[in-house]
Design a protein. Sequence first.
Length: 279
Amino acid sequence: MKGVHIGRINVGHDGKLFVMAGPCVIEGRERTLKIGKAMKAICENLGLTYVFKASFDKANRSSHTSYRGPGLAEGLSILQEIKEELQVPVVSDIHGAEQAKPAAAVLDIIQIPAFLCRQTDLLEAAAATGKCVNVKKGQFLAPEDMKNVVEKIRHGGNENILLTERGVTMGYHNLVVDMRSFPIMRSFGYPVVFDATHSVQLPGGAGTKSAGQRQYVGTLARAAAGAGIDGIFMEVHDNPQEALSDGPNMLYLTQVEDLLRDVMAIHAIAQQSKETAEE
């Protein structure tokens, strides 16, 4: 397994779990920072590497009336402040090749949204920054299809790659997670991440916005830990009922630590079993 550089830290090479978490979208500096501080404290208490996440623009919301975020310039300014105050790496998603360079000036991980995971120009622009590139697997792709995505980034001279599973479309307004996805994508030689909260999303399930089934986040996260992940991605909030995006599938901050303890314990068993099998 190749180690991946995220700012000044390295993940994926030592079998230790890392966490990417934060609110779905930037909801102003103070509240976003508050959530980041809480997550950092939880991860420090558990001895986990933490990466802060929040989107500066949600370009694929269900309705034109939905809140999208502060936009590129203001959003990156807020992320820079959070990065400096918390002293943690930050990740956010880009939606156009022209956003890659300015985003790379702040972000430690450039994230490619699932709907855009096959966009060659976007992948090449992200790769050219030299930053770690996290690609969400499209809801329409088989895990083995992500090998082509990896090759596009590698063709751009970048080996700092993360691959994230977030469920595959099954019928209308429903996603399922195929646990085979993790060993398949991991076989490409790069760390794999489980997006535990988007995987319980019901896309467009509430008409002008997505619905979600928060009650199953823990079930899927524990299963993914046993299937062999390197990192876990979660959207969290102090009060998801007030969240401006993806509230129904976000975890309450009060739920996070207990879940991560379970995930860590299962992950440790999975790692031990893997090491024994390789001996």
